[in-house]
Design a protein around this ligand. Structure first.
Ligand code: ADP
Ligand code: MG
Length: 629
């Protein structure tokens, strides 16, 4: 029996339109890619004003500029693949001074949408208008138009449903567009940018030429206040400058680091790592700085032609660039440490010393961390930066041994001061009706202000105070939720928080989940939100910071479902509300904590699954001391 003939089709050349659609897949991934390419063209045309408008998910994208314009007889050519005015010879590729050069973008866009271009060259009387649909060009019509170019893209991916399916929610796509416009606005501070999303203004820059103005607008002024300016740093022909966050400000993801190489926003994980590495010993593991970093290298030392979207670049000598970035950031951190007060106490300082030392430091106007941060630039590995305390540690208040109270630090200040109680009685009380899940334990003391030593019928128990408290709060919160009654909340007034664009997008996306667990937040201006209610657990904490912390968590890992999102917030809230390691506790507080844990359903682990207690049995003790044969 012979095998069936394998089917064979003749080789054919793809039609231009199909070829263009395939190629478009590489350049035009989503609406934001269109915005990026059109902005780049406007900037290459020398525009001083760029207006972007977007509606729906690729329903309409329009970019208008006041640049050089395109003459009517070149309009159709601009939309043909490999047609470009920016490159003539292969040698030109070695010193690219424009954002575009591949002559691909307009052809790609036109193959997957309906495009209208209107353009007039400055000094010419009439301009031209051309419509292209699915790559098929119409006739150029003479029109009157302002000098410059307007490109309107409609129904993106109308003829490529597979691509359309990969698009995310309108919010997500909107967020990508905002990010693109914000990035170019930052890189080109002397160009006036505006962005209208669904008829609402979402971004506007003045074109003042001040990069910091644009960055401040983009990050939000509250966050910007905690950013450190990086002076121009030159090293081996590489120049680095920008802003980077002070050690008291951090995020859970790398997303808030933005990089520019020769004015081009790029994605480069290795360079981001150079920034992160500079914070070694300053930020805790898993925490990342916020940074906007500009890198300038001689054009011949960088290849931007490695990726169709030009989002990645290749450096001739990556190590040099990496070192320059790292040293620039380190220098900034070091200078900051020597002039300002990092004002958070080290967790292992004894309380009394702590107070007097802090008072002395405040008087002297210098910070405790100067010594810790003062390390030689060239040998970062030699003497690692000492780890400062939990960043923005406002949840761990000051503790008063007499009253057993823990006072919250005043909002907006990292130095805890005596005041009201941060841990309410409720936090410590347990439900005596609940069955005991641990044996009765007797408190012996505290080790390192972090662990509680207790004795029970079966030996010695060591509790992690933070993990244990997290567990107690978590079970209380869940019990309250399941009881079907309204969650206990704390009403606030006059508390507003200003968020970055990215954060406010996250907030809007998660408003429902936040509400479900007790946060009531309302828009209160462009990117300012009013916090009306918070979960009772957070009653005494800084509500604005609590909200940021929750958002930060979302940024890191967006939960797939509403329920998962709520669960994530609850975990986060409990984590933040729980007492921290490094906090001295009174005997009374330790007993209350243990009694709470004794009645937890799952006392042996914190809600994240880490153990809350270690047990050393009487037998084990006897064995260790050689009392057992
Ligand atoms: P590239 O930017 O790589 O040259 P594009 O497909 O993006 O390729 O654009 C093709 C050409 O169209 C550009 O080289 C430029 O001459 C012209 N062009 C595109 N957009 C504009 C604009 N906004 N103003 C002036 N000329 C433009
Ligand atoms: Mg281009």
């Amino acid at each position: 029996m012979s095998a069936p003939e394998p089917p064979r089709k003749p080789i054919r050349l793809l039609s231009d339109v199909v070829a263009a659609q395939i190629a478009a897949g590489e350049v035009i991934e989503r609406p934001a890619s269109v915005v990026k390419e059109l902005i780049e063209n406007a900037l290459d045309a020398g525009a001083t004003a760029v207006d972007v408008e977007a509606r729906g998910i690729g329903a309409l994208i329009r970019v208008s500029d006041n640049g050089a314009g395109i003459p009517p007889d070149e309009l159709a050519l601009a939309f043909i693949r490999h047609a470009t005015s920016k490159l003539a010879t292969a040698d030109d590729l070695n010193h690219i001074g424009t954002l575009g050069f591949r002559g691909e973008a307009l052809a790609s866009i036109a193959s997957v949408s309906r495009v209208t271009v209107t353009s007039r060259v400055r000094g010419e009387e009439v301009g031209g208008e051309l419509r292209i649909e699915g790559g098929e060009s119409g006739e150029v019509k003479p029109v009157g138009a302002p000098a410059g170019t307007v490109i309107t893209v409609e129904n993106l991916f109308y003829n490529t449903p597979a691509r359309r399916k990969f698009l995310k929610s309108e919010r997500t796509e909107r967020h990508h567009i905002e990010e693109v416009v914000a990035n170019y606005a930052t890189a080109y501070p002397d160009v006036r940018f505006s962005l209208m999303m669904n008829g609402r203004e979402s971004l506007r820059t003045t074109g003042s030429g001040e990069t910091v103005d644009v960055i401040a607008e983009s990050l939000g002024h509250e966050v910007f206040d905690d950013m450190l300016e990086m002076a121009r740093h030159e090293e081996n022909g590489v120049t680095v400058y920008g802003v980077t966050s002070a050690p008291n400000l951090d995020r859970a993801t790398r997303r808030y680091m933005t990089l520019f190489v020769n004015g081009r926003p790029i994605e480069d994980q290795a360079l981001k790592q150079a920034i992160v590495a500079s914070y070694e010993g300053v930020l805790m593991k898993g925490r990342y700085p916020i940074a906007v970093v500009f890198v300038e290298v001689p054009p011949e030392d960088v290849d931007v032609n490695v990726h169709p979207t030009k989002a990645e670049v290749r450096f001739r000598d990556r190590g040099t660039v990496f070192a320059a970035v790292r040293n620039a950031v380190r220098r900034t951190l070091r200078q900051h440490a020597s002039v300002s007060d990092l004002h958070a106490p080290r967790p292992d300082w004894p309380r009394e010393d702590d107070r007097s030392r802090r008072a002395a430091l405040r008087e002297a106007g210098t910070g405790p961390s100067q010594r810790e941060l003062d390390i030689p630039l060239e040998t970062p590995g030699q003497r690692p930066l000492e780890r400062p305390p939990e960043p923005v540690d406002i949840f761990s208040g000051d503790f008063d041994a007499e009253t057993g109270e823990i006072a919250p630090p005043p909002a907006g200040e990292a130095v805890p001061e005596a005041g009201g109680s941060a841990i309410s009685d409720e936090d410590w009380t347990y439900d005596p009706d609940r069955p005991r899940t641990l044996p009765m334990l007797r408190v012996l003391g505290q080790v390192g202000n972090t662990y509680i030593v207790a004795e029970g019928p079966a030996g010695v128990y060591l509790l992690d105070q933070h993990a244990a408290h997290e567990r107690i709060l978590y079970e209380r919160f869940m019990a309250e939720r399941e009881s079907g009654e309204a969650l206990s909340q704390r009403a606030l007034s006059g508390i507003t928080v200003e968020l970055s664009r990215a954060e406010s997008a996250l907030l809007e996306e998660n408003l429902d989940s936040l509400r479900a667990v007790g946060f009531e937040v309302e828009p209160f201006g462009a990117r300012t939100f009013a916090i009306r209610l918070v979960p009772a657990l957070l009653a005494e904490r800084d509500p604005a910071l609590a909200l940021r912390v929750v958002l930060d968590d979302f940024a890191q890992d967006r939960p797939p479902t509403e329920k998962a999102a709520e669960e994530a917030i609850i975990l986060r809230v409990c984590k933040q509300a729980a007492i921290k390691a490094g906090q001295a506790l009174s005997h009374q507080e330790m007993s209350a904590l243990i009694r709470g844990l004794e009645r937890c359903e799952m006392p042996h682990s914190c809600p994240h699954g880490r153990p809350t207690l270690l047990h050393i049995s009487a037998d084990e003790l006897a064995k260790q001391f050689g009392r057992l044969g």
